[in-house]
Design a binder for this molecule. Structure first.
Ligand code: TPP
Ligand code: MG
Length: 568
């Protein structure tokens, strides 16, 4: 394909003129976007032409076109890019089915607060209502699962509309923004201004900050929870300072994992139950008080010898995120670095609290749990216990590793055993829990962190949603190591159904399928492993291969993840 740079396209900031695709791409570039994830459709061709022109104009980083095999992969790749880079990911989806195929990822971005912009194609306005191909009014479908969803009706609306979309997506509380552009207007030209690409930051109420500091200073057994928005808001350094200087026992989850590197003395994730049951104050930073956190109720008569519930403080990046259902002792909303630094300064201006007895008690429990884990991690059972895979994988993970989980029980085991060394490298399904994000996330990670080790953990069930996009890894030369826990079942559904009914249906998959051969057929490589002692050598071959490589480990379907909640 050839495309001449037009004289009308100008630098990445300032006045620009061009067709809607050029305008939209220039705005995206001004916001720091470097990759467009897409699957071809004529409705969005101008976006491709806009990208090609950036590859020729020498005015800044070119917009890379990354074409995939299913729009869900494009949208999940954009979502993961938002999570990893903290710059909105960009997915470009063709009209109608292209857009509807991206909906799960948009919903996931809304649940996880991931900054992303989705540009949809749209049937031409000059034919609207007469039955053009794929004529679907998309914004009303997407509005409930996005920060904003609207049509940029004319080419003259595109530059400003796109700037608003990116600014909104990347401002607290982050999330997905959808725009579509009618096809006739997509090809039309107009002028517009491209700015430097900004964001907005919210100042917290100083009085609220002081109140939280007061509660923390008075607490005897506090626990801090650091989660996704701490990373998304760029507050990971403030959070680490806060924990180390004050000595507060801390749990991490979501993208917050790694803020305290695995093994850190104040990280008590392995004593989570005891920490949350025994705490007299739980300070939750950067995540909703949802099912993963017992809806914000900690302690109480069945958990705690003195029967007391913990006081709960909710710290959020924006007022709309503060829990409306939990019984809160205090809350504060705003830029999380400012909030954490403010609380710390207020505490340090008084007598320094001493939580060392509580902290030591939890540290002993962490030690005991680590010793218990060691047994599972070295299990020699045949068929292989999924934990053994992590026994082999964890020592091989690099400090800069990006670890992506797409699956059920197999990924829950990862949550238990993998403790990242740095923040921003752990991508799990999060509160939306959508299977199928795997290949899109892996593509995004390989691009966002070109020199990092990238590992995708796949359940055999989850793999079915996106494995064809190994083709994308191969075509774009994106080596990723995929590790599959293949229990020949939808394990996370089989176990609970057995528990509820004493039998299960619709939970078995074909037995011991050699999915590595699928990857090989698509141009990658891989192998099947059935002997626990062979997992390590297979992983070494995978990391050394330099190609998309699937280590397909056949595991024991009976080795279900021990869980006591179904997430409701
Ligand atoms: C899109 C989607 N469909 C269905 C589910 C329900 N679900 C959650 S976990 C799970 C089983 C996953 O199986 P697999 O990936 O093989 O992992 P395993 O639990 O066997 O380790 C299913 C079907 C879901 N979360 N997302
Ligand atoms: Mg499975």
């Amino acid at each position: 394909m050839t495309s001449e740079p037009t004289e009308t396209s100008t630098s990445s900031t300032g006045e620009i003129t061009g067709h809607s695709g050029e305008l939209a791409v220039q705005v995206a570039r001004a916001h720091g976007v470097e990759t467009m994830f897409t699957l071809s459709g004529a409705h969005v061709f101008p976006m491709y032409d806009g990208a090609v022109k950036t590859q020729q104009d020498g005015q800044g980083p070119a917009m890379r076109l990354l074409d995939v095999r299913h729009e869900q992969t494009a949208a999940f790749a954009a979502e993961a890019t938002g999570k990893l880079t903290r710059v909105p990911g960009l997915a470009v989806l063709t009209a109608g089915p292209g857009v509807t195929n991206g909906i799960s990822a948009i919903a996931q971005a809304q649940f996880a607060g991931s900054p992303m912009v989705v540009v949809g194609g749209r049937a031409p306005q000059n034919r609207w209502g007469t039955g053009a191909l794929q004529e679907l009014d998309q914004p009303p479908i997407i509005a409930p699962i996005a920060k904003s969803a609207r049509t940029l009706m004319t080419a003259a609306d595109v530059a400003e509309g796109m700037d608003e979309a990116f600014t909104l997506a990347r401002s607290s509380h982050r999330g997905p923004v959808f725009v579509d552009i009618p096809m006739d207007e997509f090809f039309n030209s107009a002028s517009g201004t491209v700015g430097a690409g900004g964001t907005t930051r919210l100042e917290p109420d100083p009085e609220a900050v002081r109140r939280v500091a007061g509660l923390l200073a008075e607490a005897s057994r506090p626990v801090l929870i650091l989660s996704t928005d701490v990373w998304a808001d760029g507050a990971e350094e403030a959070a680490l300072r806060f924990v180390e200087d004050l000595g507060v026992p801390t749990l991490t989850n979501g993208m917050g994992r790694g803020i305290l590197p695995g093994g850190h003395r104040h990280l008590v994730t392995k004593a989570r139950g005891a920490a949350l049951s025994g705490a007299d104050l739980v300070v939750v930073v950067g995540t909703p008080l949802d099912f993963r956190l017992g809806y914000g109720v900690f302690g109480g008569p069945d958990k705690n010898p003195d029967g007391a519930f913990a006081k709960v403080v909710h710290v959020a990046d924006s007022p709309g995120q503060v829990s409306g259902h939990a019984d809160l002792a205090a809350s504060v909303a705003g830029d999380l670095t400012t909030v954490l630094d403010g609380i710390q300064a207020a505490i340090e201006s008084g007598a320094k609290p001493d939580w060392s007895a509580w902290s030591d008690q939890l540290a002993d429990l962490v030690k005991a749990a680590t010793a218990r884990d060691a047994e599972l991690l070295t299990a020699e059972a045949d068929p292989i216990h999924p934990a053994r895979i992590y026994g082999e994988l964890v020592p091989r993970l690099a400090d800069d590793s990006v670890v992506i989980g797409d699956g059920g029980d197999f990924v829950s085991f990862a949550g238990k055993f993998v403790e990242p060394k740095r923040p921003g490298g752990w991508l799990d399904p999060g509160p939306y829990g959508c299977l199928g994000a795997g290949l899109g996330s892996a593509i995004a990670a390989r691009i966002a962190r070109p020199s990092a080790q990238v590992t995708l953990l796949l359940g055999d069930g989850a793999a079915g949603f996106s494995l064809m996009d190994v083709d994308t890894l191969v075509r774009h030369d994106l080596p990723v190591v995929m590790v599959m826990g293949n229990n020949s079942a939808w394990g996370l559904e089989k176990g609970p159904m057995q528990m509820l009914y004493g039998y299960d249906v619709a939970a078995d998959l074909a037995q011991r399928t050699p999915y590595d051969q699928v990857v090989t057929a698509l141009g990658g490589a891989g192998e099947t492993v059935t002997d626990p002692t062979q997992i390590g050598p297979a992983l070494d071959r995978a990391y050394a291969s330099g190609v998309p490589y699937l280590v397909n480990v056949i595991t024991d379907v009976e080795a279900a993840y021990p869980r006591n909640t179904f997430g409701i």
